[in-house]
Design a binder for this molecule. Structure first.
Ligand code: K7E
Ligand code: CUA
Ligand code: CA
Length: 640
C-alpha cells in the first residue's frame, strides 16, 4: 500500500508513475490489498470536522429509539438473490425482498403464487434456486423516482425482477434470451419522442459475456461470439428488442431526455481469455439511439435468433458507419472501464477507468450532435479525461457539480469537480478538480449518494460498498462481512460517519427520500382470486384425488381445527388471513411436508403437495401473533 499523500498534485504525481496498470501489476496490487490491515482505523473521521456536517452530534446516524429514518435505501443482496431495504442514514435493515431465490420466512419458492413468479420446470419444481443480484434501480417520473417499481438483475441466469414498491414484493421475473452474464440495468427516464410520457417505460439490460448466437452453433470459435443489449418493457416485463453489438456490455446508464442509453465496454477486444480482454489500451462507452432503434424495429429491419421471437437490430460498427442513420455510437475510453453514470445536471456521462487511473466525461449534447451529423469526430464528445486515482469503479453525484468516485486499489473515495475537470482537460492546468479524498475500509466498489442519479440529487449522504472489511468487525471465521460505510457529503470535506457489516455481497444500491414511496401495509381481499373471504367458506373440497383445503386465519386460531386427507391426494391448501390490522401476520407450517409460508393481513396464499405420508401432522402458526400463538394450530390427518 502506498503512502497516503495529501495534496492533489502529489496524488497525481504518484499516479503518473503508474499510468496504466497491466495484468501483472494488477495481480500484485491485489496481493498488496490483503496486507494493508495495519492502517490505523478511521483516521479521516478523527481528523475531520464532523460537527461541521450539521446533523447534530451524532450526524443523524444514531437515531433515538422510535425515530424514523429520512431515506430508504434499496440494496442488492448479491449471492442471496434478494433485495434488501435499509433505513438511511441509520443503515438499519428493515426488510428483505425475496426475488430469485427461495426464502423460508415468506415461503418464497414454496407457495404456488411465488413459484409462478420464479418459474418452474414441468414437474413443478423451481427452475433455478441460485442467483446473483447486482444492480437495483427504481422507476422515474420527471427525472425523479416515482415510487412505482424497482428492478434488480440476476447475473447468473440472466433474469430481471421487478419489485412493486407499494407492497415491497417481487411481482414479475423475465429471463433474457440470447445472452449470458446479464449485468447492468437502468430504466429510461422518459420517452425519447413522446413528451407526454415523462416516466419510465423501458428497462435497459447489458450482457457482459459473449456467446455463440444461437448458443448451440459454432461453440469452439470464440471470435464469433457476440453480446446483446436488451430492452424490456417496464409494464409488461416482456422483452421488446435487442441490439447486436461489437464488444461487451457492463454497466448501464440513461440520459434524462430519454434519447440515449449507454453501456461501458471492457472487452472491445472480444477476448475469450482473461489476458485478451486487457490487450487494448482503450475500450469504449457505447451509446444507443433509442428512437432510431424503435423505428428500425417498427420498419421490420431486424432478425431473430434461434427459437427467440425477439427482434434483434444491428448495432455493430460495420452496420453503423453513417452517423445520420446509426443506431449506436462507440466512444473510445481508456482501458477496461467499469461504471457509467449520468450526472444529475443532465449533461454528462462519466466512465470510470478501472485499469486506467482516469475518469472520462462524455457530453450528452455532443453525442446527440454526432448522431445529427454535426460533430465530425465522435471522440470530440469527450470533454474531460482526467486522472483521479487507482482503480476507479463507480461514480455518484451531490447535485452541486461534484462527482464521487470509488478507487478500488487506493481504498479511497475521491471527490472531484466535473466542470473543473473539463477546464483542466481543455488546457487550464491551474484548474484544481480534485476536491477531497477519504480513506474507506477497504477496496470500495459501488458508491451512491442520496438521490444521486435524479434531478433532485441533494448531496447529503454517500454510501460506499467496501468489498473487504478485514479488521473492522469482530472475527467470525474465514468469511468476513462486507463493510457498507456512510459518509457525510454536505460540507466541503467528506466525513466518515459509520460502518455497517453486511452479509455478502451487495453490489449496487440507491438512496431516496422516504416520501417518494407510499407503501401499503394491509392487502385487499380482492387482490387475490383464490381468497377465502369468510371463515364459513372453509372446508375440504374433494374432486376425486384432487383436494382443495380452504382455511382462514384470525388471531389466535385457524378456521379449521382439523382436516382429513387420504394418502396420495393431490392437495391444494389455500389460506387467507382475515386479520385486517397492520402487522398481524400469521404463518403456516406443515411438519415433514417441507411447507412454511406467511400470510400478511388480508393476504391469500396457496401451496400444492401430494399427501404421501400418512399420520397426524400439526400445522402450526410460525409467526408470533398473539398471546395464544402457540395454541394456533390445526391437525392435518392423512389416512392410509
Ligand atoms: Cu456493479 Cu459489483 Cu456488478 Cu461494480 S459491479 S463493484
Ligand atoms: Cu398466528 Cu402466530
Ligand atoms: Ca479491454
Amino acid at each position: 500500500m502506498r503512502q497516503k499523500t495529501d495534496t492533489p498534485s502529489e496524488q497525481l504525481s504518484v499516479i503518473g508513475r503508474r499510468k496504466f496498470i497491466n495484468t501483472a501489476a494488477l495481480a500484485g496490487l491485489t496481493v498488496g490489498v490483503a496486507a494493508c490491515t495495519d492502517k490505523p482505523a478511521g483516521p479521516a473521521a478523527a481528523a475531520s470536522p464532523a460537527s461541521a456536517a450539521g446533523h447534530g452530534s451524532s450526524n443523524g446516524v444514531h437515531l433515538k429509539p422510535g425515530e424514523l429514518d429520512t431515506y430508504y435505501g434499496l440494496w442488492s443482496g448479491g449471492h442471496t438473490g434478494d433485495m434488501r431495504v435499509l433505513g438511511m442514514p441509520s443503515g438499519r435493515e428493515i426488510h428483505r425482498i425475496p426475488c430469485f431465490v427461495p426464502d423460508a420466512l415468506v415461503g418464497w419458492g414454496v407457495t404456488n403464487e411465488s413459484k409462478a413468479v420464479m418459474g418452474t420446470k414441468p414437474d413443478g419444481s423451481l427452475r433455478y434456486t441460485v442467483a446473483d443480484t447486482h444492480h437495483t434501480h427504481a422507476s422515474y417520473k420527471d427525472g425523479n423516482y416515482d415510487g412505482r417499481y424497482a428492478w434488480i438483475n440476476d447475473k447468473i441466469n440472466s433474469r430481471l425482477a421487478r419489485i412493486r414498491l407499494d407492497y415491497f414484493i417481487c411481482d414479475k421475473i423475465t429471463q433474457l434470451p440470447n445472452v449470458q452474464g446479464f449485468h447492468g440495468i437502468f430504466p429510461d427516464k422518459r420517452d425519447p419522442v413522446d413528451p407526454a410520457i415523462n416516466y419510465t417505460t423501458r428497462v435497459f439490460c447489458g450482457a457482459e459475456f459473449a456467446v455463440p448466437l444461437p448458443n448451440n452453433a459454432g461453440i469452439e470459435d470464440g471470435s464469433k461470439y457476440r453480446s446483446l443489449f436488451t430492452c424490456v418493457d417496464a409494464e409488461t416485463m416482456e422483452v421488446r428488442w435487442q441490439v447486436l453489438i461489437d464488444g461487451n456490455c457492463d454497466l448501464t446508464a440513461t440520459s434524462f431526455d430519454g434519447k440515449l442509453a449507454a453501456t461501458n465496454q471492457y472487452n472491445v477486444e472480444m477476448g475469450v481469455k482473461y489476458e485478451d480482454m486487457m490487450s487494448a489500451e482503450r475500450d469504449a462507452c457505447l451509446f444507443f439511439n433509442i428512437a432510431r432503434i424503435e423505428e428500425a424495429v417498427k420498419a421490420g429491419k431486424f432478425k431473430t435468433i434461434g427459437s427467440s421471437k425477439v427482434p434483434v437490430v444491428d448495432g455493430t460498427h460495420e452496420g453503423n458507419k453513417d452517423p445520420k442513420t446509426a443506431l449506436t455510437a462507440y466512444v473510445s475510453v481508456p482501458k477496461n472501464p467499469h461504471g457509467v453514470n449520468a450526472s444529475p445536471d443532465q449533461k454528462y456521462f462519466i466512465c470510470a477507468g478501472k485499469l486506467s487511473p482516469t475518469a472520462t466525461v462524455i457530453e450528452l449534447a455532443k453525442v446527440l450532435d454526432w448522431f445529427d451529423g454535426k460533430l465530425e469526430k465522435l471522440d470530440n464528445a469527450i470533454v474531460a479525461e482526467v486522472e483521479i486515482g487507482l482503480g476507479p469503479l463507480h461514480t455518484a453525484f451531490d447535485g452541486r457539480g461534484n462527482a464521487y468516485t470509488t478507487l478500488f486499489l487506493d481504498s479511497q473515495v475521491v471527490k472531484w469537480n466535473v466542470e473543473a475537470a473539463i477546464k483542466f482537460h481543455a488546457g487550464d492546468k491551474t484548474a484544481k478538480y480534485v476536491v477531497d479524498r477519504l480513506d474507506v475500509h477497504y477496496q470500495p466498489g459501488h458508491i451512491n449518494a442520496s438521490q444521486s442519479e435524479t434531478i433532485a440529487a441533494d448531496g447529503k449522504y454517500l454510501a460506499v460498498g467496501c468489498k473487504f472489511s478485514k479488521d473492522r468487525f469482530l472475527p467470525v471465521g474465514p468469511l468476513h462481512p462486507e463493510n457498507e460505510q456512510l459518509i457525510d457529503i454536505s460540507g466541503d470535506k467528506m466525513v466518515l460517519l459509520a460502518d455497517h457489516p453486511v452479509r455478502g455481497e451487495p453490489h449496487d444500491f440507491i438512496i431516496f427520500k422516504r416520501d417518494l414511496v407510499k407503501p401499503k401495509q394491509v392487502y385487499s381481499l380482492d387482490d387475490f382470486p383464490l381468497a377465502v373471504k369468510d371463515a364459513k367458506d372453509s372446508g375440504v373440497f374433494r374432486n376425486g384425488k384432487k383436494v382443495t383445503v380452504k382455511i382462514t386465519s384470525q388471531a389466535p386460531a385457524f378456521s379449521l381445527r382439523e382436516f382429513k386427507l387420504r394418502k396420495g391426494d393431490e392437495v391444494t391448501l389455500i389460506l387467507t388471513n382475515l386479520d385486517k390490522i397492520e402487522d398481524l401476520t400469521h404463518g403456516f407450517a406443515i411438519p415433514n411436508y417441507n411447507v412454511n409460508f406467511i400470510v400478511n393481513p388480508l393476504e391469500t396464499k396457496s401451496v400444492t403437495f401430494i399427501a404421501d405420508q400418512p399420520g397426524v401432522f400439526w400445522c402450526y402458526c410460525t409467526h408470533f401473533c398473539h398471546a395464544l400463538h402457540l395454541e394456533m394450530r390445526t391437525r392435518m390427518i392423512v389416512e392410509a
